[in-house]
Design a protein around this ligand. Structure first.
Ligand code: PLP
Length: 379
């Protein structure tokens, strides 16, 4: 790609914001270590550059869902510790072990598979034991926890694994005061006490972004921020916590044209012009992650003024009604950004679509290049 190549749309990611957010979260977390959650392509922000920026900001390890994501970090030259925490049967565990990827296990069968890989490859694997303290998703239930601990201790005694973590995940840390939070903390203490009595001295961790900023008692030895790392608030009604949004999603106006009053716009004519006007075409659609229910709802910024999506969002494009606002083909359209220039924020998009910012940023499609910059450090 030549440097003069202009992309029709791009997601600009400010790595200095990610570094800032990591440093801020590390400070908030007190003495706890920071494991940066970079799953799902660093929440759509671009895996390797964001992982490196988080490490620069003070993260000491990285967390991903799948082994393939962990291997993509290794392929990208990242040598920091990486934990993969979602491992269904049939995953390439041998390869993970060979590449020094730490693995989570929430059931004895998985501990046994990891131990078998360790035996085959002649390596020792760092394992984090996952306990389900109330989210009822991954991890061993309280009833199954002793059996998991026993299986892990057996593999550790054989020198195949090192039990490096005891961990869990909150269901509702983003709802301060929710009774499930205290219940999960109690269950976590009980599970880790049981593990300790059995001889396990591993690091404990449970806190996601929302817990880091609201629950000092949930920090334990390590915290796992995701959304906050990218500068998006884990609890929007409580403010931004000093975080800086890293992503700005922009496109170029692909076409500008005059149409008469009463013109039906896009599939189904869900928007009709109220006067003679000018339409602007934006080359992003639901295949790029612009959700279809943004139709007639979400806003964008063009030359300092905001416009609402006019008519159906299509696969590759959508339209705005520019009225008499001066705009020409090639002008920049800002879908969302940090909000410094009156552009909508990702939070505003999430609010107008009835979702959370996690879904907006992770859904931005493969056609949209991620362009990594360091805004704060620009001359
Ligand atoms: C995604 C994820 C996180 C980060 O969650 P945020 O709410 O984005 O901070 C932490 N831990 C686990 C297990 C996760 O899957």
């Amino acid at each position: 790609m030549s440097s003069s190549f202009v992309t029709p749309a791009e997601a600009r990611v400010d790595l200095s914001a990610i570094r800032h957010n990591a440093a801020l979260l590390k400070e908030v977390a007190g003495g706890a270590e920071l494991m940066a959650a970079v799953k799902a392509d660093a929440y759509g922000h671009g895996l390797v550059p964001c992982a490196e920026a988080a490490l620069e900001g003070g993260a000491s390890s990285l967390g991903v869902a799948t082994i393939r994501e962990a291997m993509a970090l290794r392929d990208g030259g990242v040598i920091a510790p990486v934990l993969a925490w979602l491992i269904p049967p049939g995953e390439p565990i041998d390869e993970a072990v060979a590449r020094h990827i730490d693995l989570s296990a929430g059931a004895p069968w998985l501990v046994e598979e990891i131990a078998a890989s360790a035996r085959r490859t002649g390596k020792t694997v760092n394992v984090h034991l996952k306990v389900d303290t109330g989210i009822s998703r991954g991890g061993a239930s309280a009833a199954d926890w002793p059996e998991l601990v026993e299986a892990a201790l057996k593999a550790q005694a054989e020198g195949l694994i090192v039990i490096d973590g005891v961990w869990s995940h909150f269901a509702s840390a983003d709802i301060p005061g929710d009774p499930s939070i205290e219940a999960q903390l109690r269950a976590f203490d009980e599970a880790s006490d049981l593990a300790k009595r059995a001889g396990i001295t591993a690091r404990r961790h449970i806190a996601n972004s929302a817990a880091i900023v609201t629950l000092p008692q949930a920090r334990y030895d390590l915290v796992r921020p995701g959304i906050a790392l990218y500068g998006l608030s884990p609890i929007p009604h409580m403010g931004d916590f000093g975080l800086r949004p890293a992503m700005t999603l922009t496109a170029k106006l692909a076409l500008v044209k005059k149409v008469p009053k009463g013109t039906g716009v896009s599939y189904g004519h869900l928007y009709t012009t109220k006067s003679d006007t000018t339409l602007g075409l934006i080359p992003l659609g639901y295949a790029d992650g612009i959700m279809r229910n943004a139709t007639n709802r979400a806003q964008v910024l063009v030359n300092d003024r905001r416009f609402t999506v006019a008519g159906r969002v299509c696969m590759d494009q959508f339209t705005i009604d520019l009225g008499d606002h001066p705009a020409t083909e090639g002008d920049e359209v800002v879908l969302f950004g940090p909000g410094d220039r009156n552009e909508p924020t990702c939070q505003e998009w999430a609010d107008s679509l009835g979702t959370i910012t996690h879904e907006i940023v992770t859904r931005i499609g493969a056609r949209v290049p991620r362009v990594h910059v360091r805004q704060g450090e620009r001359e």
